[in-house]
Design a protein around this ligand. Sequence first.
Ligand code: ADP
Ligand code: MG
Length: 244
Amino acid sequence: MDKMLEIKNLQKKFGDHEVLKDITAEVDNGQVICVIGPSGSGKSTFLRCLNLLEEPTSGKVIFEGQELTNLKEAQLDVLREKMGMVFQSFNLFPNMTVLDNITLAPIKVKKIEKAKAEATAKELLDRVGLAEKADAYPASLSGGQQQRVAIARALAMNPDLMLFDEPTSALDPEMVGEVLEVMKDLAKSGMTMVVVTHEMGFAKEVADEVWFMDEGYIQEQGTPTEVFDHPTSERAQSFLAKIL
Ligand code: ADP
Ligand code: MG
């Protein structure tokens, strides 16, 4: 199966406010998609609709061949475990060590044996360059380190798809690079990723496609070169002129 995710005529309204009007798109296995667009254009809402953290008003989200928009909560939970999510604010549990933050869901939700979950967590910490921080508490870490722990925590559930919502935009500039490096490694390892980000260097290096969202639609969709260097719509041109 090539297609990991199919989004068909997705619409999302909050009351009368139609944030997503009609979005149809696909993500293939192993693809990296970067979603860009102005503040308030519905990027976070879109991402949250993909794992049904937000219930679409209409349309379909099909993940690994299963229509999420048609499933009962219990079935949905099983599929949600396969979709990791990383937010702008790292959301680590402050009263738990780094290791416990990472092993909590595997132990509680997936019923993985503690020793095994800890071994996996340590491997993941090593992968994000934080092997020595297993016993640290989040407050003692920098923002960049916390975000790398948040990525390790999401990976601990062994997801097939990773969703990132502006993972570097709350970080001090000097910490952005270390988080992007981890994400680049992940992309190169073949992980399927949908990343809301305005980090053009990252998008150019690893994105297979860039989707420009505005006014409730994906207005432009193409390779980074196509979208960044040759945007066709006026909206994309003026947005890119502001951020590039
Ligand atoms: P972006 O991530 O592109 O900045 P958002 O998806 O956060 O955009 O928001 C898009 C629009 O939807 C905004 O106008 C926002 O106020 C509105 N919105 C988002 N979540 C809710 C909600 N839970 N209730 C009402 N309006 C919302
Ligand atoms: Mg947002």
